[in-house]
Design a protein around this ligand. Structure first.
Ligand code: COI
Length: 331
């Protein structure tokens, strides 16, 4: 059996090599992502392991299938960049890694929320100019606030656990409520109810066709004045222009975004200076003291990176050998 792994970064390579040695399975590591220009390298392999945020297009998936590769394992959780029709048409089986580390994501969400509440960004900026005064930057306390968690999958549930550790009151919304959480009575009946009651909204939903720009002008108008938005999920869930308007008006009091709707091609690159970042809306957000932007790093812990590589390779082997895996994605 031979597997090709695309988009392998230097920090992933030792985990890949260790797995290959332990299992005695040949894995070719390719630095480039899977696209039109690299897909031909997959010829002769039995399966492909991939990670990227740019699309897995129909053309690329058709080509993989024409090489006889029907086993595709994503090293991440989100599948919104996979052309579902092409997957189905070609009979390609796709796996993801649904739980490489829910803590990695939830811990960053909580960290950023606490930074916003305690105004550390403001104090960092003030102190850099020698201003060590307190006023007017008095902080809030999480144990006095209600956090509304949208989507209670593994990451949402871990976030709830952490927010509860700080003493926050939790309410939640999910179209598929978790039975345990349901018993606790934390679910509200609608997003509108969550918007009306939450001081902080923590977003942990996958991106689907239905929820694109779910945080738009209308949604923001239903939220509490000064609401804090935490989004470590997907950029497309938030209408960035609407968010900027809501920040300008004070409707949104703070936002922590680890994702951004136009992040592909921008995040995980060094532009050399702030001015050289080629996205004015992103820079508009980055300039604000009450907005914390991180470049899609919530997943980026050593535990998560190791699990992403090794779980995806294990899934790929299952697909190749048995034609199925527990992490198979239903499109
Ligand atoms: C995911 O797992 O889907 C992420 O968002 C993390 C990143 C590797 C893309």
């Amino acid at each position: 059996m031979k597997i090709i792994a695309y988009g392998i970064r230097d920090d992933e390579k030792p985990y890949l090599d260790q797995w290959s040695k332990d299992k005695g399975i040949e894995v070719k590591a390719v630095k480039e992502l899977l696209d039109d220009s690299t897909v031909d390298q997959a010829k002769g392999y039995d399966g492909a392991v991939v990670y990227q945020q740019k699309p897995y297009t129909a053309a690329v998936l058709d080509k993989l299938a024409s090489f006889g590769i029907k086993s595709l394992s994503l090293r991440n959780v989100g599948v919104d960049n996979v052309d579902a029709d092409a997957v189905k048409r070609n009979g390609i089986k796709v796996t993801n890694v649904p739980a490489y580390s829910p803590s990695a994501i939830a811990e960053l969400a909580a960290t950023q929320l606490m930074r916003l509440l305690r105004r550390t960004n403001t104090f960092d900026r003030k102190m850099a100019h020698g201003d060590l005064r307190w006023a007017p930057d008095v902080a809030g306390e999480l144990d006095k606030l209600t956090v509304g968690v949208i989507a209670t999958g593994r990451i949402g549930r871990k976030a709830i656990e952490i927010y509860r550790g700080f003493g926050a009151k939790i309410i939640a919304y999910d179209i598929y409520p978790n039975p345990e959480l349901k018993k606790q009575g934390i679910y509200v009946d609608s997003l509108d109810e969550l918007y009306a009651k939450a001081d902080v909204i923590s977003l942990h939903s996958p991106a689907t066709k239905e929820n694109e720009h779910m945080f738009n002008d209308e949604a923001f108008s239903k939220m509490k004045d000064g609401v804090i938005i935490i989004n470590p999920a997907r950029g497309i869930l938030v209408d960035t222009d609407a968010l900027i308007r809501a920040l300008d008006s004070g409707k949104v009091g703070g936002a922590a975004l680890d994702v951004y709707e136009d992040e592909v091609g921008i995040f995980n690159k060094d532009f050399g200076s702030f001015d050289a970042i080629p996205d004015e809306r992103l820079k508009n957000l980055m300039k604000r003291e009450n907005v914390l932007i991180t470049p899609h790093i919530a997943f980026y812990t050593s535990t998560a990176v190791k699990n992403m590589v090794q779980y995806a390779l294990n899934s790929n082997v299952n697909l190749i050998e048995k034609g199925s895996d527990d992490s198979e994605v239903k499109f």
